[in-house]
Design a binder for this molecule. Sequence first.
Ligand code: ADP
Length: 261
Amino acid sequence: MSRQGIGGEAAALASDVFLRVAAPPFRVGPGSYLSLMPVLEACDVHKTYTRGDREVAAVRGVTLSLEAGEHVALVGPSGCGKSTLLHLCGAMDRPSRGQVSVEGQSLAPLDDDQLTRLRRRRIGFVFQFFNLLPTLTVRQNIGLPLVLDGCPDADVAARTAIVAESVRLTDRLEHYPAELSGGEAQRAAIARAVIHEPAVLIADEPTGNLDSENGARVLEVLLDLNRRFGTALLMATHDAGLASRSDRILRMRDGRETPES
Ligand code: ADP
């Protein structure tokens, strides 16, 4: 993947681009020279929801750190707080207590517009149920983050072609989501999540709705993007086999991190 054709963001990411273009594919991650600063940090984060007159403590003091190129699996029983933690890390929700930082930028002082911009530019999100827009073609779905960010049409087209190729969907670009298999839909969702070359890709049970063959292909696409482009990957999963492919496993129970059993 090159950044050819990308407009205003290119300058801000120039050193990153240089490294990518100079010698792809290459491995970044723990211990490499690109690991000077965590790309994602959560420090003692808590999230409490209010349901009627009841409080639900969904996340109760989790601390984590991801470096560029690292792949961390988040595992734990249903209801233990995985999705809530991912939403906090992905700047989709604010913690009740504690701090989240992306590439050294604390999210706490950012207003909602600034959080939206940060999400659009530096974070990618993949959901279990794909969340593609049914009235848009695959091409339009994939390019949407760049369109929303005001990217010129020619750049959107060029980038869409590149990411569609990397998830092997070039021949499905004019289809609508309803015409895709589950695996194809998830690969389209992944392409949409990485079109802006996020620093962090957050995936919430990305293979949970797929059969094993499609799940395996989706996992390979995610791992390939993680390895080749140094995108940090934080992925919640119930699948022990999938978790075992990660660099590190973070286990949760009742809103807290638990030691490995
Ligand atoms: P997991 O992803 O591990 O299944 P979740 O993060 O979805 O767990 O949920 C953790 C707890 O928080 C659960 O008890 C869930 O019911 C509760 N919860 C999640 N979202 C909300 C919400 N928006 N309002 C109230 N409670 C919520």
